[in-house]
Ligand binder design. Structure first.
Ligand code: UD1
Ligand code: CA
Length: 476
């Protein structure tokens, strides 16, 4: 049986990011850089795609090498990984050596060590599998991933001899003018024969740049006449993020990949250039996303919806056939057929049941709005429960905060709240009740009653209300 362990390097501060946040925690497509790398590692396809991976076993969770901001990184990924610490950041070779103890203690001992960098978020599970498969097929000492580019910038250059055999990797800083022109670069994914790896790392000399370079192992293996195999991947996959310009470039690439996935799955995206959709978002068929829209978190949007323009949705569930125009939704749930906007805001805990219509300048927070309820103009509903078919007049406010605590408002089904009503919570308005324009409701309103004034008092009781007219759906 073949066995391998994975080591992910994440100890560097990421000086070029100019940030207090550890580099691998910077986000692209809404996830930390290293989360993308872990996703790829955890989903390496096995036997079916690559015959030589048959009976290949990953011996454990990935071993992550921590250094700068170790605690913060460990808090973020928790049980998902094992951790080793590189006390001083003396280079990538030094970092892999820091993982030795942890790897050597694994229950199932690996023959192969797969090394990736935590700052290459575009790496795919497929390419990792290909590197592993080639390594095992050729029983190589080192197998590593390369890419061809006419802009090799700060990548390590892959130097080959006259016969095309790899002789070494030269880092940009140490490269001669001629080597700088080499278009084959090191992507930073390696498989090592573990028995060779540890002693070789122990013997690694300090590179003239003052670091122990993992890449120097290639030259050493070459001199020893050992088998070195390269796998060519696409340039995208190898992009390591060193600064915020690269962060933005990768964001754009990843964002485009995500948009394409949705478009192929039946979502219309009118303007991909101004549409941002996070990696974990799901969208149903025939939904149309209009320009200037940002959808993030674990948001789920149903089919046949119209979202945007100018809309932000985070961590929300939107049912089928909903319309959301120029609005902001956070931790919100919509059942089907809800229509909102322009310019409304649903804050955490907003739940709008079937066919609720919420117009402009409305705000709902921590409230249940019953189905078919209308709330068309500049209102605030917070900490409230509304029944179905309620009509919220323009300028209605639930006065939910008494300076100490948040209080609840209940509004029964078919109630009509007159324009500019203040509902001073805690307060209950019964089913079919009505409040007059400008009333300040401080006491519960019985079902069917009509109240007016400041403070509101009963004008009519239930007996005199024509309930059948209300249920016919007529609105004021
Ligand atoms: C590295 C490679 C280069 C390759 C490029 C691909 C080396 C010497 N160079 O360069 O050949 O083309 O990646 O993206 O390996 N790290 C530690 N401890 C350290 C130093 C770094 O854990 O002491 C980690 C970093 O957190 C980072 C990764 O190793 O995640 C790579 O380090 P980085 O400094 O970004 O290397 P590059 O200069 O990009
Ligand atoms: Ca890098």
């Amino acid at each position: 049986m073949n066995t391998y362990a994975t080591v992910v390097l994440a100890a560097g501060k990421g000086t070029r990011m100019r940030s207090t946040l550890p580099k691998v925690l910077h986000q692209v497509a809404g996830l930390p850089l290293m989360a993308h790398v872990l996703n790829a590692i955890e989903t390496i396809p096995s036997a079916s795609a690559f015959a030589s991976l048959l009976s290949t076993t990953n011996t454990s969770r990935p071993v992550v090498v921590l250094g700068y901001g170790a605690e913060q990184v460990e808090d973020t990924f928790g049980e998902r990984c094992l951790y080793a610490v590189q006390e001083e950041q003396l280079g990538t070779g030094h970092a892999v050596l820091a993982a030795q103890k942890t790897v050597d203690k694994l229950e199932l001992q690996p023959q192969t060590v797969l090394v990736c960098y935590g700052d290459t978020p575009l790496i795919s599970n497929e390419i990792l599998a290909r590197v592993l498969a080639e390594h095992l097929t050729h029983q190589a000492t080192i197998t590593f991933l390369t890419a061809i580019t006419d802009q090799p910038s700060d990548f390590g250059r892959v130097v080959r001899d006259a016969d095309g055999r790899v002789s070494e990797i030269v880092e940009m800083k140490r490269a001669t003018e001629e080597q700088k022109r080499i278009q084959e670069v090191n992507s930073g994914v390696y498989c090592f024969d573990r028995n060779w790896l540890w002693p070789a790392l122990q013997n690694l000399a300090l590179n003239p740049s003052g670091e122990y370079y993992l890449t120097d192992l290639v030259g050493i293996a070459g001199k020893q006449g050992r088998k070195i195999i390269t796998v060519k991947g696409s340039l995208d996959e190898t992009i390591g993020i060193n600064d915020r310009v690269q962060l933005a470039a990768v964001e754009q690439l990843l964002r485009h990949r995500i948009l394409e996935r949705h478009m192929y799955a039946g979502v219309t995206i009118i303007d991909p250039a101004t549409t941002y959709i996070g990696a974990d978002v799901e969208i149903g068929m025939d939904t149309i996303i209009l320009p200037g829209t940002m959808i993030t978190g674990k948001t789920r949007i149903g089919s046949g919806c119209r979202i945007g323009p100018g809309t932000t949705i985070d961590q929300s569930v939107i049912g089928d056939q909903c319309i959301v125009r120029n609005s902001v939704l956070e931790e919100t749930t919509f059942e089907e057929g809800v229509s909102i906007g322009p310019f409304s805001h649903c804050r955490p805990g907003a739940y709008l049941a079937r066919n609720v219509r919420m117009g402009n300048f409305g705000e709902v927070k921590n409230s249940y709005i019953g189905s078919e309820t209308d709330m068309h103009h500049f209102s605030y509903v917070g900490d409230a429960t509304l029944g179905e078919h309620v009509n919220i007049g323009a300028g209605t406010i639930t006065v939910n905060y008494d300076g100490v605590r948040k209080n609840h408002t209940n509004i029964g089904a078919w109630a009509k709240i007159g324009s500019d009503t203040m509902l001073v919570a805690p307060v209950t308005v019964g089913d079919h009740a009505q409040t007059g324009a400008g009333s300040v409701v401080k006491q519960d309103v019985p079902p069917g009653a009509v109240v007016v004034g400041v403070p509101a008092r009963i004008l009519r009781t239930q007996q005199s209300v024509d309930v059948s007219k209300a249920e016919s759906g007529e609105k004021e």
